[in-house]
Design a protein around this ligand. Structure first.
Ligand SMILES: [Ca+2]
Length: 390
């Protein structure tokens, strides 16, 4: 009896899952896909199985009552998925009948929306929507663009649309240069990190963000980018999305007690305000400074004998920015310890040392005797005053 009940419950559970699975399968299905074609530092996207550089469609619905279509932008065809600025341009054209509402949005194909626009489109109108998305460290997978027409049988509308995409590489630390104190280049390393990790866990778990060892009197230099969510208003508004607000580098240093580590970061954008933090390998903050807008910011630390590890984390955080992205240049210098203070030359005393010692002892005896005598006299005086009151 119990088994029959359990079987019935399992069947009911599976039956309820079927519509959900169908809905998910429908959601994942896309109407058209754009695949990447590398052209040097830039990427163009073409319709899969074609050379056409766009996906197009018609939102006609059952009896002109609205419809949703999706376009997949494949990033998995790229050798390195992160570190690209992806531009998506969507055109919505009113084709027939009455005014309608349209929706255009994009996000990861696994689900969610990064940015979206919805507005009214009238007969004869064409609307253009521009999205820019920086594929930062931690972002992966493909991007899905959704275009919807919202209309009804009583107020029918037909809309056409086209979706184009392109991308350019925007990488952190393309070249890491180490110079000597005279400015001569000692080594120059090319990296392929794309975007630098934005927390210490990711830095530790990957090879990205690991800088070469810095020795005394050396200067390490690199440049990178930070970006954020931003909307540009105007006649052709653009919608930007990025999660690249922090870059974390791992640095090994030559441990010389009393040497000084100086870290300077200069933002390119005059509205960018940055914070630079030096942390221990496990994330404990040692020193942190926030700069003024557009101004370079420097943070330093003294290398002590107690310092057990030669690995430090350098964290660059965007505090404020009135645009989408800013470049920055990072300079790290390990300054040699200051010279030890010079002691004055050995002083010669005008009289023999034994004589000086006896004089010092004599003076000490006199001072101690004076202290004892004054203490005794003071006590007697206080006793007399005490009895005088009676
Ligand atoms: Ca970055």
């Amino acid at each position: 009896m119990l088994n029959r009940k359990a079987a019935l419950l399992i069947v009911l559970f599976l039956v309820t899952l079927v519509p959900l699975q169908i809905a998910l399968a429908q959601e994942r299905r896309h109407n058209c896909a754009l695949a990447p074609v590398l052209e040097g530092n830039a990427v163009k996207f073409v319709r899969e199985g074609s050379t056409e550089e766009r996906c197009t469609g018609e939102l006609v619905g059952p009896e002109y009552s609205g419809e949703t279509e999706t376009v997949l932008i494949r990033l998995d065809g790229l050798e390195r998925q992160i570190g690209y600025l992806l531009r998506i341009e969507v055109e919505v054209i009113h084709a027939r009948f009455l005014a309608a509402r349209y929706f255009v949005g994009y996000g990861p194909d696994a689900g969610g929306v990064f940015n979206s626009v919805d507005d009214v489109i009238r007969p004869g109108e064409t609307k253009q929507v521009r999205f820019e998305y920086y594929v930062a460290f931690g972002d992966s997978g493909n991007v899905l663009v959704t275009v919807s027409s919202i209309s009804f049988r009583d107020t029918p509308a037909v809309l056409n649309y086209s979706v184009r995409a392109s991308a350019t590489a925007l990488m952190d630390a393309i070249t890491v240069t180490v110079k000597d104190s005279g400015g001569q280049i000692k080594s120059s390393i090319a990296t392929d990190w794309g975007d630098t990790p934005n927390d210490l866990v990711q830095t530790a778990s990957t090879g990205s963000g690991h800088l070469p060892q810095l020795r005394i009197d050396e200067v390490l230099e690199l440049s990178g980018f930070l970006s954020q969510r931003f909307t540009q208003q105007g006649s052709r508004p653009a919608f930007y999305f990025s999660r690249d607000t922090v870059d974390v580098y791992t640095l090994k240093i030559e441990r010389v007690p009393n040497s000084r580590l100086n870290v300077t970061v200069k933002p390119q954008d005059p509205t960018a305000r940055l914070t630079v933090t030096i942390r221990t390998k496990d994330g404990f903050p040692i020193n942190s400074t926030t700069g003024q807008a557009g101004e370079p910011v420097t943070v330093g630390m003294i290398i002590t004998e107690r310092m057990r590890d030669d690995t430090l984390l350098l964290e660059i955080t965007m505090r404020e920015l009135r645009s989408f992205s800013t470049g920055y240049s990072l300079s790290v210098r390990l300054v040699e310890p200051p010279p030890k203070p010079q002691l004055p030359p050995h002083m010669t005393l005008p009289m023999p040392e034994s004589q000086v010692r006896s004089i010092v002892m004599g003076i000490s005896v006199v001072i101690i005797s004076a202290v004892i005598v004054s203490a005794v006299l003071g006590r007697r005086k206080r006793s007399r005053m005490y009895y005088a009151g009676w």
